[in-house]
Write a protein that binds this ligand. Structure first.
Ligand SMILES: [Zn+2]
Length: 224
């Protein structure tokens, strides 16, 4: 009950701040992991991002994402919260979110992206994740990732969000002082995006997006 009420307050706060493009101080929402119109992310991520209950950019580009869970060993509750964290990572920074549905079969979606969560990525063997095409994205259930100063909560959220970054045409960001905290570095728990990456990803996201860009939030992941 309480989380729902907090969520409602945050939605109003979000609407109120919309016109100002003013980031909500993290302190204003710390401790409120409840949904923000479906983008609840993680308390850890929300607490460290410095942005708040408003999207990082507008308009918000919403892209369909079909999640294949026929082989995952992740408990459904973890799956839901890691998918919300993927949305938080992309929405809070880049104004991109994924309208998520799940399936247990291998039928590919007609648009957007398809991602599979699996105990082990078959190709290349041992990989944490791989992007092979918009409808051929893989993430390990429990990837092995190096530390970051501002880590994600769910490891698979980092790998999923990273591979979707490749889907949005981003390349790796390795060898820089802030690489460990970067979403696009290889093999870390980081989730931050630099401004140039946000602009690049939004260019591709606009082409992939659902035509209606009125909503500023994404829906809660539909995981069954
Ligand atoms: Zn990569």
């Amino acid at each position: 009950m309480n989380a729902i009420r907090i969520g409602a307050v945050l939605i109003l706060l979000s609407i109120a701040l919309q016109g100002q493009h003013t980031p909500t101080p993290a302190s204003a929402i710390s401790g409120t992991a409840g949904g923000i119109g479906g983008v609840s992310g993680s308390a850890g991520a929300a607490g460290s991002t410095g942005t708040g209950a408003v999207p990082g950019q507008t308009p918000v580009y919403r892209i369909n994402l079909r999640v294949h869970i026929g082989h995952t060993t992740l408990p459904v509750a973890d799956l839901r919260s890691l998918l919300e964290e993927i949305n938080f990572i992309w929405w809070s920074q880049a104004g991109v979110c994924f309208e998520i549905t799940s399936t247990k079969d291998d039928t590919m979606a007609p648009d957007g992206f398809d991602i599979r969560f699996v105990p082990d990525v078959p190709d290349p063997p041992g990989a944490n994740g791989v992007y092979k095409g918009d409808h051929n994205i893989w993430s390990r259930d429990y990837p092995n990732l190096a530390p970051a100063s501002h880590p994600v909560t769910h490891r698979a959220a980092r790998t999923g969000a990273h591979e979707l970054g490749h889907g949005l045409r981003l390349s790796h960001y390795n060898g820089y002082a802030d690489s460990a905290d970067s979403l696009m570095s290889s093999g870390t728990l980081g989730w931050h995006l630099r401004n140039f990456q946000i602009q690049e990803a939004r260019t591709r996201a606009q082409q992939k997006a659902i035509p209606d860009t009125t909503p500023t939030n994404c829906g809660a992941p539909q995981v069954n």
